[in-house]
Design a protein. Structure first.
Length: 377
């Protein structure tokens, strides 16, 4: 009788447990479906960046290389005329996102004026936002309106770079007798995770001659108009092939539950950053800059496109700010003072458009003036 009662009790308990577990699973799954529906309907989780669909093409005109490696970092080819264009694969079609030219100086930096040695200089260090990727470089308008003519202005912006690489560039210029007396570091949150890098030999070969491109370079040479579409389709075919090699079930889950995946990814990234706080090369770069320049150094924190859309700084950006402030650096808050809106960025690309760069130029001018009260000499 006792054994029968115990068995009956266990059976009933297991049934209740299974029923409760089933209800939790059903409720969770239903909640995810509702969230996905509402997110897609209201474009809450719309893709802000579509890097996997971006194809960046470069050409040194009339014919020539574009980039060169300098030890652990890179520069553009000196005194060159560079043609830069970017296409996005949109479903089965192609969208031209931007197409422009820019000049480099005698040190391979994105500006028209050559640098003079042993002359007091103010350098803007930064990534593609500082370089002006996507539009005619804003540095030229900025420098033409700069109030202190006694300072030589240097555009130290290079695409895809971070604090470690900026320190290497600064040291390289100093070795070449470029006297930098003031430093402005224009950064975004993602810069804090970027290590110093240079171009692989196959990428340089691909940029110099698009016929040498295999598809895994991410930076490509520019074909003539007649061969452009065929080339882009070839590169897209390579990426599709690589994607198909990925774990298909995971890929499908990311596709069908994309917004839930983004929430989970954001949460896991935040915890990872909070736990590790580990980008030592960039932390050291920040500390060395502050130790070397002190009151002659200013950090300007610009918002990324995704931060503008969300209306808040990313977890990585919070960590970067903390490192700068704890090291004694002064930050000019571009989030509140530069007034960048979603419409100041390209529709598909993550970079500012010409209107956005105009705002950045004015904002950097105001930040420098507020910091040092420069006047005409």
């Amino acid at each position: 009788m006792i054994n029968f009662s115990l068995s009956s009790f266990l059976t009933t308990a297991l049934k209740k447990l299974f029923t409760g577990f089933s209800i939790v699973i059903f409720a969770t799954f239903t909640g995810i479906l509702v969230f996905e529906y509402l997110a897609k309907k209201n474009k809450i989780g719309e893709d802000i960046y579509q890097w996997e669909n971006r194809y960046m093409l470069f050409k040194g005109e009339p014919l020539g290389p574009v980039f060169k490696n300098v030890e652990k970092f890179f520069l553009y080819i000196p005194n060159a005329n560079i043609h830069s264009t970017t296409y996005y694969a949109v479903k089965s079609d192609w969208t031209l996102e931007y197409d422009y030219h820019f000049l480099t100086n005698n040190y391979g930096l994105v500006q028209k004026k050559n640098l003079r040695q042993d002359y007091p200089s103010l350098i803007l260090l930064g990534d593609s936002y500082t370089e002006g990727q996507g539009s005619s470089p804003w540095f030229e308008n900025f420098s033409s309106n700069f109030p202190d003519e006694s300072l030589q202005l240097i555009n130290g912006g290079l695409l895809g770079t971070g604090f470690e690489q900026w320190l290497l560039l600064l040291e390289y210029l100093k070795k070449n007798n470029i006297h930098v007396s003031k430093v402005v570091v224009i950064y975004i949150s993602d810069d804090y995770r970027r290590s110093a890098w240079n171009f692989t030999p196959n990428t340089l070969s691909c940029i110099n001659n698009y016929h040498a491109c295999e598809g895994n370079e991410n930076f490509y040479g520019m074909p003539d108009k007649n061969g452009l579409l065929e080339f882009l389709e070839k590169m897209r075919g390579y990426r599709k092939q690589e994607l198909d090699k990925a774990n298909v079930p995971v890929k499908d889950l990311k596709y069908y539950f994309s917004n839930t995946y983004k929430v989970w990814q954001s949460f896991s990234q935040k915890n990872k950053i909070e736990i590790s706080n580990d980008f030592p090369a960039n932390t050291l770069g920040i500390q060395k800059l502050i130790a070397s320049y002190g009151q002659n150094l200013l950090f300007i924190n610009l918002p990324q496109k995704d931060e503008v859309v969300r209306g808040e700084i990313s977890p990585l950006g919070i960590v970067a700010r903390g490192v700068i402030e704890k090291s004694g650096g002064e930050i000019y808050d571009g989030f509140s003072k530069c007034n960048l809106k979603k419409e100041d960025f390209f529709a598909l690309d993550g970079h500012p458009n010409s209107k956005g760069y105009q705002k950045i130029s004015l904002c950097v001018q105001s930040a420098i003036q507020e910091r040092w009260q420069l006047e005409n000499h």
